[in-house]
Design a protein around this ligand. Structure first.
Ligand code: AP5
Ligand code: MG
Length: 216
């Protein structure tokens, strides 16, 4: 399966990705997770991108593309991949199309999540994540078994610095301005499928399974 998951912050891209990895074994490439790992490592690349992430702005395309194409070139991606949070600009989308076309491995589909803004904000302020294994929780509807502790690796959970209301607002604006236009771009390429992400996560997983049967 070669897929892109596209949708606003908090729509459930990371949550559905965990289901896909478990169910289909497809490698998950989240540019947000990769950038947060660099940031936490204190590398010079991590320092360069930190201010963009903390302000809810996009990391410049040239930095993003290097990281993504390096990851895509690793052996596990030969059997497929799920992109989560990439591409986010037309330049990124066109570069991906070109790269996959040259490799003779085009996308099977682009899955667009539809979720109203008021639901997104509510989910993000109550989200907690594991900085060690990237597992995603929610203190309201998907809490860990032990308070503030990752079920998978027992690491302490964190509230992402960009999950505070002022930064969420900027991230939503950036999404509408820079990323939402990709929906028409992929529709034009005949790749777009939509998913009602406002439903509970089991229902979202079920909707995805119905879609996946057509392209796996
Ligand atoms: P990134 O980490 O990609 O953040 P995002 O796209 O804003 O998406 P989120 O991770 O916030 O949301 P999600 O859709 O994964 O939701 P989740 O499943 O966690 O990017 C962060 C930053 O990195 C960007 O702002 C930018 O600076 C930079 N960046 C990354 N990629 C870039 C790129 N390509 N170009 C340039 N810059 C880039 O769910 C959210 C919450 O809701 C959780 O608590 C979850 O438990 C809950 N939930 C999920 N699904 C459901 C459901 N169906 N019902 C109820 N609750 C649910
Ligand atoms: Mg995510």
């Amino acid at each position: 399966m070669r897929l892109v998951l596209i949708g606003p912050p908090g729509c459930g891209k990371g949550t559905l990705s965990s289901f896909i990895v478990k169910e289909y074994g497809t490698p998950h490439i989240s540019t947000g997770d990769i950038f947060r790992e660099h940031r936490a490592s204190g590398s010079s690349f991590g320092q360069k991108i930190a201010s963009y992430i903390d302000r809810g702005e996009l990391v410049p395309d040239e930095l993003v593309l290097d990281v993504v194409f390096d990851r895509l070139g690793r052996p596990d991606c030969a059997k497929g991949f799920i992109f989560d949070g990439f591409p986010r600009t037309l330049q990124q989308a066109e570069a991906l199309q070109e790269r996959l076309h040259k490799a003779g491995k085009p996308l099977d589909a682009v899955v667009a999540f539809e979720v109203p803004d008021e639901i997104l904000v509510g989910r993000l302020v109550t989200r907690r994540v594991c900085p060690n294994c990237n597992a995603v929780y929610n203190i309201k509807n998907c809490p860990p078994k032990v308070e503030n502790t990752c079920d998978q690796c027992q690491h302490e959970l964190v509230h992402r610095p960009d999950d505070h209301e002022d930064v969420i607002k900027s991230r939503l604006e950036v999404y509408r301005r820079s990323t939402e236009p990709l929906i028409d771009y992929y529709k034009g390429l005949g790749l777009l499928v939509t998913l009602d992400g406002s439903q509970g996560s089991q229902e979202v997983d079920r909707q995805f399974s119905v879609l996946a049967a057509k392209f796996s």
